[in-house]
Design a binder for this molecule. Sequence first.
Ligand SMILES: O=C(O)CCC(=O)C(=O)O
Ligand SMILES: [Fe+2]
Length: 638
Amino acid sequence: MEKHSIQMGSSMKSSSKVPVLDLTSRQDLNPNTSTWRSISREACEALEEYGCFVALYDGVTQELDDSIFAAAEELFDLPTDTKRKNVNEKPYHGYVGQMPVIPLHEGLGIDYVTNKEEAQRFTHLIETAHGFSNSVAELDRLVVRMIFENYGVEKHYDSHEGSKTYLLKFLKYLAPPESISMPAFPQHTDKTFLSILHQNGVNGLEVKSKDGGWISLHLPPKSYVVMAGDISMGWSNDRIRSCEHRVTMEGDKTRYTLGLFSFIKGLVSVPGELVDDEHPLMYKPFDNIALINFYATKEGQIKLKNGKWISLKIPSNSYVFMADLTRFGGTALFILVNIVTMAGEKTHYKLAVFSFVTGTVSELMDDEHPHMYKPFESIALIKFYATKESRESKKHIEMVSLETTPALQLPVIDFTSPNLKPGTVEWDSVRGDVRRALEEYGCFKALFDKAVFDVSEEAFQLPVEIKKRVVSKRKYRGYVGQIPSLPLFEVMGVDFAENEDKVNEFTHKLWPQGNGSFSEAVMSFAKKVSELDFMTRRMIMECFGVNENYIEKHLNSTKCLNDVKDGLEVRTSDDKQWIKANPSQDSSFIDLIYAPEELVDAEHPRLYKPFDFEAYFQFTTEGPERRDVAALGGYCGL
Ligand SMILES: O=C(O)CCC(=O)C(=O)O
Ligand SMILES: [Fe+2]
């Protein structure tokens, strides 16, 4: 029998190697042969030591292998809404994706996959999914049989097989931005008997060795990672180790994994043969699905540092705030998934959410941790930070999503009236609102034509690979998305949004076959927002008593009147809220920018030297610390 060892990843932390066992047909594996017995022993030793081993297996034909990965691509290319229809009442069995804490990851499960009727729901892909699962289930049964025989409990094998169900999961991991190394799936153990994982040649799986170091698996083709889950650990009375594992992505290739997960119906109990003086009984009979639900009840549970679990009742209009979710590992995922499932088809999770009144949970108070805070309203706390007395803390206001915080409303200003012309009473009134809003909040919500939102949605729904075709020579002007620190954020820029040729060029990148209504909507939107921009700038200058000459000159100093240089559309990807459109309208000046004399007096001495927009923009893109309000002072402060 050949023996290999898996290479470790470059700077990885463990010197251990996960064994590779040859389970291909050339071994002619048959019970009661010496090869069978020696491989069984090696398999169990590996499961005891690492919780896993790598099997070389040729039960899946090359053709089937090609089609299952093609099916994976096809499935994940479906629109998100379609994928979300794949729901399953068992946690983490249906669709998982678009999760802020693990932005690179998506998963789609087919439960009871070896049962053809159930699998039928996935119509034309089903032959493939079914064929693949059955071939991998052969491998699963082979290994399970080896385990049972090795531990001398083969008489329980048939009943064990009779109570087994399989879940096939398609898993997708995007390449991280700029190919940096990045966590793509947090550390966890599977709640399975065995999990068998097969990847598309892109590595990323890491398993934890007994010494606590991480071993990255560099897997050869035709290899399948056979991994023990919590159920086989319990069943074996702690002989087998449930494998702790995670996925870390680097490089520029998308990783697809197929996972065949086995679960046991009914109670699992430790065979009497596995209990002796050296191995006292560790577990009472337990239920596999109940165990999964224990980790993820419908309400969601959170494990406290003291080991206690508490249930959270989450009203449909509120959200849970969890600090540093990645620390919670797989359990946190379960919680999040439940929130998603509970909210129905829509994703309603948020990174930070402020429920209305916050009080300390009694489980969190004890002698060592006496009660520290009376119940407080979180919105009030945010407002407190945002008041004038604590202006330096004003950043807190940015943490609040506009839509989820009814108590903290941005001013809404109506620009829809056709009579909004300089010199009218209406104009003067809106002008006052604009000034107050800008002085108080630095921004406001403008009521405006909404037609473009639908088409933009259409553009953002496209697969990431296509969106990435939108590139721009200028920083941040093409497609930006899937950034770990900004998981909710995606943006696409259309340079020269009012110019028909440019817009068509942009549209063509996304829809090679063309999409006329998208181009038109972008152009008309750019034109409308440009009007809004001109009105607002005029209002601001009028408010400050700037003379008409200056106003005209200023308005005309954009590179091309009525020519929107950049159309930038930004939305939060969770609630489809458009934050701002065309933010760079105000920024395309030919001349140097210099505060007009009317704005300088004893109370407001001149603060900035004249500066050039393009140069300043360049300056702000050179370091992350240059994007806050202090940047302007740093660049041209007097
Ligand atoms: O993608 C992989 O290799 C691991 C997936 C995994 O751990 C899981 O789905 O439980
Ligand atoms: Fe796993």
